[in-house]
Each structure stands twice: as structure tokens, then as C-alpha cells.
Design a protein around this ligand. Structure first.
Ligand code: IMP
Ligand code: MG
Length: 338
């Protein structure tokens, strides 16, 4: 039996999962790191020894000399994987550690071309949706069918017994194909179930770390925000958050839409994914902006918005409300990655 610790996103992706997974991977507690969903649509920004590294497919185990497995829940464009490996080799990392589940699906150039015509969802145009469609249609190509991947193939579920596995998710729970705001979602499962679908038992899951940001961001075609008429006139504050927090897509460079932290939303994702430990990132961004200690919470009637004047009140409210819903949860606030 393995022991799996999971890192998953509780909002719309870009919560800082990469940083947290990297912090956990470097403890030396794990035998390997597994990416369990998504493809090149994801962008993980990680600082390794002060150097900024952006990966899309490769799990962060390579930064710590750990086998890094792209699981069966993922989709892989071979050319993009090879160039990412080359980039990582150039930075001095041992990419022989990177393995691909034999049953992960392959993104083709045709998938990317098709995805590039999207105008309704605002996809990352990485061929993600068409690839998962072909998987479900049972006409897809898998990693085992690709010569260039032959020496990297593994069966993730029988990679060895009694392993300590760090499982890192891509995207976030509210982009999940089933539970997100369909059709403005990604084409994979982003929640806890996705981990098991890589060939594990739910009994192997040990600790679940959920990652959120101190505010919300979303990138895609829908108009996002809980105050669509902008009655609270947040334009300037949101622009400041975008600049200070560098809220631009790691894959596409698109500006992310910003809104305040939504307590209800994060409580639901914690409950549904069995989160044991909640990390709320990028608190330092709000510290730099006047009047930004705001949250949405349905405990308050008018548009759910609550404005606090201090960081302490903001943090206390979040901790109290989330602990009320999930008594045993551990909550930690962190600043931006470095
Ligand atoms: P797709 O996954 O490329 O099909 O895009 C579907 C939706 O998910 C779009 O709104 C994307 O912007 C969003 N999305 C996909 N991957 C990420 C991610 O890693 N971070 C944030 N949003 C993402
Ligand atoms: Mg990202």
C-alpha cells in the first residue's frame, strides 16, 4: 500500500500549488511526485534556488532528484514535453527522472489546431479539450503508442509498493469538468477523485493540502465576478492586484480577472475534497493595496461582501468561518512564491 499526500487547487487554478508542492517535495519525505490531471494548459511557476522556473507538464520532483510521473489522468503533447525536458536539462536537472504513464493520452497537433479555433470557453488553446474528447470516444492515442516515450513509460499504479507519493493537481476545483461552472471549465477532473483515477485506492490517500489565494482569479471567456455591475467600484483595486500579484496566465499571458476571496466557495471545495490543511497564498499582495481586506461570505446578506479594515480581522474572519464548517482543518497564510 502507498501513502499519497495530495496538493489541489481550491479556486480556479493559479493558487500557487506549484510553490506548495515544491516546498513539500524538498522535505525528502517522498519517493516520487505525480501529476494527476491536465496537460500543457497548466503553468506551474516555481522558484528553485531563487531561479524562476515555469513548467507545464513535468512534476516538480525533478527539482529534488525524485522520479516525476505524468499520470494517466494527464494529456501529453510529445513535442511540448520534449522541449520542456530540454529546457529543464539546460537548467541542470536530471530529466531521466521524468516518467509517463503508459495510459496517459497524447495531444496531437490536430487537437491543438482544433482548440485554437475556440471562441466560447477561452481555453488555453493547448488541445486539452479535443484530446480528452478523443480519450472518452475511445479513439485516442496513448503514451504507449509513441516511440519517443518508450524509455519513460511506467504503470503509475504499480510503480512500486509502499511508496510515499506526492500528488500534484493542475487547475482548480471550480474548473472541474463536473463541478465547475460548465461549460467554463477545463476538460479534466481537478478534485480528489482524479488522484484515485490514476490507479490508486482512496485508502492510500493520507493528507490533502488545499491551496487558495487571498483573493480569486479566473482566466477564460466568461465575465467573472460576484459584483457584475461594479457597484463597489473595485476596478482600481483589481488592477493593482493584477499588477502586484502578476496575475497573468503562465501559459497564455492573458490578464486574469480578479475578485475578492469567496469563503463559501473555498469551504465547499475543502469539504468536497476532504482538505486537511488549507494554505492561503499571496497575502502580501493585499497588504500593498488600500481597502483590499475584503471577502464574500453568505453570512452577510447584501451581495455577500464584507470589508475589513485590518489584515488581522480579515484573517480571523476566514479562519473562524472555515473552522466552523470544518472543525479540524489546519489553516496557514503565506506570501507570494520565492
Ligand atoms: P482548457 O483547459 O485549455 O480547455 O481551458 C478551459 C478553461 O480552463 C479556460 O477558462 C482556461 O483559462 C482555464 N484553465 C486551464 N488551465 C488553467 C490553469 O492552469 N490555470 C488557470 N486556468 C486554467
Ligand atoms: Mg497555473
Amino acid at each position: 500500500m502507498n501513502t499519497i499526500d495530495v496538493v489541489l487547487g481550491l479556486q480556479y487554478g493559479d493558487e500557487g500549488k506549484g510553490k506548495i508542492t515544491n516546498q513539500m517535495a524538498r522535505t525528502g519525505d517522498y519517493d516520487y511526485v505525480l501529476r494527476y490531471n491536465g496537460g500543457s494548459n497548466a503553468g506551474h511557476t516555481i522558484y528553485v534556488n531563487g531561479q524562476k522556473v515555469v513548467t507545464h507538464l513535468v512534476p516538480c520532483g525533478v527539482f529534488h532528484n525524485l522520479p516525476s510521473v505524468i499520470g494517466s489522468g494527464c494529456v501529453v503533447h510529445v513535442g511540448k514535453l520534449l522541449s520542456e525536458l530540454e529546457y529543464l536539462e539546460g537548467l541542470g536537472f536530471d530529466t531521466n527522472l521524468v516518467k509517463v504513464a503508459y495510459n496517459a493520452h497524447i495531444v496531437t497537433d490536430e487537437h491543438i489546431e482544433e482548440d485554437s479555433k475556440d471562441t466560447t470557453i477561452g481555453t488555453t488553446r493547448t488541445g486539452n479539450g479535443p484530446c480528452y474528447r478523443d480519450k472518452v470516444m475511445r479513439v485516442g492515442k496513448r503514451a504507449e503508442d509513441v516511440q519517443e516515450l518508450k524509455n519513460r513509460l511506467i504503470d503509475a499504479s504499480s510503480y512500486g509498493d509502499n511508496n510515499k507519493i506526492l500528488a500534484e493537481g493542475a487547475q482548480g476545483y471550480w474548473l472541474d469538468i463536473d463541478n465547475g461552472d460548465y461549460p467554463y471549465v477545463t476538460s479534466s477532473s481537478c478534485g480528489i477523485g482524479a488522484v484515485i483515477n490514476n490507479g490508486f485506492s482512496h485508502k492510500e490517500i493520507n493528507e490533502v493540502t488545499g491551496v487558495a489565494k487571498a483573493y480569486s482569479t479566473y482566466v477564460g471567456a466568461k465575465s467573472y465576478g460576484r459584483d457584475p455591475l461594479n457597484l463597489n467600484d473595485n476596478t482600481e483595486k483589481f488592477e493593482a492586484i493584477r499588477e502586484i500579484g502578476q496575475e497573468f496566465g503562465a501559459t497564455t499571458g492573458r490578464p486574469r480577472q480578479i475578485d475578492w476571496f469567496d469563503v463559501d466557495e473555498v469551504v465547499i471545495s475543502c469539504l468536497r475534497n476532504g482538505v486537511d490543511k488549507l494554505i492561503i497564498n499571496k497575502l502580501d499582495v493585499l497588504k500593498q493595496i488600500q481597502g483590499a481586506w475584503n471577502v464574500y461570505d453568505s453570512d452577510v446578506s447584501f451581495m455577500k461582501l464584507i470589508k475589513f479594515t485590518t489584515e488581522e480581522e480579515f484573517k480571523n474572519h476566514i479562519v473562524n468561518q472555515i473552522s466552523l464548517a470544518i472543525p479540524k482543518i489546519k489553516i496557514e497564510f503565506q506570501d507570494s512564491p520565492l
